[in-house]
Design a binder for this molecule. Structure first.
Ligand SMILES: C[S@@+](CC[C@H](N)C(=O)[O-])C[C@H]1O[C@@H](n2cnc3c(N)ncnc32)[C@H](O)[C@@H]1O
Length: 218
């Protein structure tokens, strides 16, 4: 991974990431929650799940649970994880009952209930903020909690012609985002043991560059 040297250690970076996301949600600056590109990524993932309902879906970095709510409306069950306990969660728990489980935890620290395996995982904008030394732990956590052949959607930042260099870009409060090329995203997820299925390029409503939705399987 390029430019690892600029990174603080894992534990300090985790603190910075938490501070950054708490700040954005508390101040209503979580523009991604209303980004039509992110909503589109969730719809593409939902369509790729196919017609079978009542699938067990994990939403990694669930945020305000926009995507989780859409999956429940489509007939699925969702577990959502996030490092920030969102103010919308109490009402969402009341609304969706046992169709939605919300847990405040980093994905790479979380132990799923014994025997629970997911049919699909969506990571809509979370992986590309993880410390590079945690990429392996983060992606193995996904592999370990999914059934063989499960569909995994990872929606990450992608470079565009205005700034085609892949690598880390500094965001607010020391939060970093990794911007991939199309080839780089495939190489990365294959390197970590996933089977490649498809790539969908999605326009980003807010901010520079594009989203690259990688669809892979365990
Ligand atoms: C850009 S936001 C996207 C939120 C949501 N998926 C959406 O589309 O609106 C990324 C989310 O991931 C959460 N997050 C960051 N690192 C995480 C981790 N290691 N495990 C779980 N959640 C994490 C953040 O708190 C934030 O809510």
């Amino acid at each position: 991974m390029s430019k690892q040297a600029q990174f603080m250690d894992v534990s300090t970076y985790r603190g910075a990431l938490n501070t950054s996301f708490v700040h954005r949600y508390t101040h209503g600056e979580d523009e991604w929650s209303w980004d039509i590109g992110m909503a589109k990524a969730a719809r593409v993932f939902l369509a790729a799940l196919g017609p079978v309902t009542n699938q067990n879906i994990l939403d990694a970095g669930v945020g305000r649970a926009r995507d989780a709510s859409e999956f429940i409306l489509a007939g699925h069950r969702v577990t959502g994880l996030d490092i920030v306990e969102n103010s919308s969660w109490p009402l969402l728990r009341k609304r969706w009952g046992d169709r939605l489980t919300l847990v405040c935890s980093a994905l790479q620290d979380w132990q799923p209930p014994a025997g629970e395996l997911f049919d699909g995982v969506l990571d809509n904008g979370c992986f590309h903020h993880q410390h590079p030394d945690e990429w392996e732990a983060y992606l193995s956590a996904i592999r370990q909690c999914t059934r063989p052949g499960a569909l995994i959607g990872l929606n990450v930042f992608g470079v565009d012609a205005s700034n085609p260099a892949p690598g880390w870009r500094e965001m607010d409060n020391q939060r970093q985002g990794y911007f991939f090329t199309e080839q780089g995203v495939r190489e990365t997820f294959e390197h970590f043991g996933f089977t490649w299925q498809d790539l969908v390029v999605i326009e980003r409503q807010h901010g520079e560059a594009v989203y690259l939705l990688a669809l892979v399987r365990t």
